[in-house]
Each structure stands twice: as C-alpha cells, then as structure tokens.
Design a protein. Structure first.
Length: 153
C-alpha cells in the first residue's frame, strides 16, 4: 500500500506522525510489532530497564537483549519513551499514552487511506462502531456529545 510520499508501508507496520508536523516517513517514525509490545509492557508495568523488558518479552520471542535495547533506544529517539540513567543502565517510561498513540496511528492510517476526506474517515468510524454493536454506538455518541460540550475523552 502506498502513501502520499510514495514510500511503502510494510505489513504489520504503522506510520505515526509526532511533533511539529514533520513527515513521519522521512523521520522514520514507524511502529512495528516489537515496538508495540515494548510500549504495551511499559503501559502495564511502568518504569523498566531493557533487561526487565527482555525478561518479559525477549525470552519467549527468542529475541536477544541487544535487540530490546535497540528497540527501546529507537522509541526514545522517536520521543515515544523517556529515559533516565540509573547506575549503569537506562530506565525507560512511556512518553505517550496508549490513547495518544492510538489516536495518532488511527489518524495517520485514515489520512493515508482516506486522503484527508473527512466524510470517508467519519463513515469508517461509524461503520466500526456499528460492527461492534449498539454499546459501541452509544459510546461513540457519548464521546461526540462530550466533545461538543468542550470536554476531553
């Protein structure tokens, strides 16, 4: 699948734009499966070193510690993680919430697929909510009403 910049989005990779309106593809801001798993670990468990994450993810996936370290450093450079040097190792925390990352990923995907056409994007969201059932439609309606009142989600 091509995007407006002509680059290719690979299967199981999502383009995510962050900060300052820069083209995410030019900046290399792509979220892969391992990066997503690292973010998930930090959202669930909080501050962690690369060794902590490796114990949780690396062993069962057959991934070496240096791969986890590289992945966490890449997420830090993408400004998705914060880090602090503790003794001889970095301890990482998430710099973006699950909601913020989800919003940006969905926004990028919809922008790429819908070409910025608002009607197409809104129809896609309504169709997804409908597919989930009445409870999801009610939740979507409540979110819209809250946004109209000036509230946050």
């Amino acid at each position: 699948m091509s995007n407006p910049t002509g680059s290719t989005l690979f299967k199981n990779r999502l383009t995510v734009g962050f900060f300052g309106g820069h083209n995410p593809l030019e900046m290399g801001l792509v979220v892969g499966q391992l990066e997503t798993a690292v973010m998930e670990h930090l959202w669930r468990h909080g501050a962690s070193s690369a060794k902590d994450v490796h114990r949780a993810l690396g062993d069962r996936r057959g991934i070496k510690l240096n791969t986890i370290q590289s992945t966490m450093d890449r997420l830090f450079r993408k400004r998705m993680l914060q880090r602090e040097k503790v003794s001889h190792a970095y301890v990482y925390t998430h710099a973006v919430s699950r909601e913020e990352l989800s919003t940006r990923v969905i926004g990028e995907v919809l922008e790429t697929l819908a070409g910025g056409e608002t009607g197409v994007m809104l129809t896609a969201f309504a169709n997804l909510a409908e597919r989930e059932g009445d409870e999801a439609l009610v939740q979507l309606e409540e979110l819209i009403a809250k946004k109209r009142r000036g509230g946050t989600t």
